[in-house]
Design a protein around this ligand. Structure first.
Ligand SMILES: Cc1cc2nc3c(=O)[nH]c(=O)nc-3n(C[C@H](O)[C@H](O)[C@H](O)COP(=O)(O)O)c2cc1C
Length: 155
């Protein structure tokens, strides 16, 4: 799995006015029309049960400079301060959308499939926000954060 290069996202949700979120690389486009995507969430993650109850989540695609945010959203000790220091809003659902990310996909859960340690949540996209023109993603490979700046500049 360390050889699988992936974009990095923050998956968020909310319950009783409280925001929750975690870093994730297991995010995949399923269908373009209607727009549908999936996320794979470990059952041990705090966010797992909340997505299950709330029935919605937002996928925020991280940009090259967001590695600090990815670290914070994957560190249990920083759970209470994960949303600090950045601007968040909401789109259709109550899930936090990260202003300044590459894109936010607000989703309603349409199906969930339990697979061993993880649940695959399939989300119907209810809103999309493209926050920036320049698309240079944060990527994760072999346990390290990197960027695709070269590829973006060639485009
Ligand atoms: C780059 C990166 C990618 C990750 N991808 C996933 C993922 O796709 N699914 C998952 O369940 N956990 C993933 N994790 C682990 C969670 O972010 C981490 O366990 C997080 O602390 C869970 O949230 P919690 O502390 O609120 O339980 C990833 C962590 C990192 C650093």
């Amino acid at each position: 799995m360390r050889r699988l290069a992936s974009g990095v996202s923050i998956i968020t949700t909310a319950e009783n006015g409280e925001r929750h979120g975690m870093a994730a690389t297991s995010v995949c486009s399923v269908s373009a029309d209607p727009p549908t995507l999936l996320v794979c969430v470990n059952r041990t993650a705090t966010t797992h049960a909340i997505i299950g109850r709330a029935g919605f989540f937002c996928v925020n695609l991280l940009a090259e400079t967001d590695d600090d945010l990815a670290r914070r959203f994957s560190s249990a000790t920083e759970r209470a301060t994960r949303f600090d220091g950045r601007e968040w809003t909401t789109l259709v659902t109550a899930a936090p959308a990260l202003i300044g990310s590459l894109a936010s996909f607000d989703c309603e859960v349409m199906q969930k499939i339990d697979v061993d340690s993880h649940t695959v949540f399939i989300g119907r996209v209810t809103a999309i926000e493209l926050w920036r023109e320049r698309i240079v993603p944060l990527v994760y490979l072999d346990g390290r954060f990197d960027t695709l700046r070269g590829a973006a500049e060639d485009a």
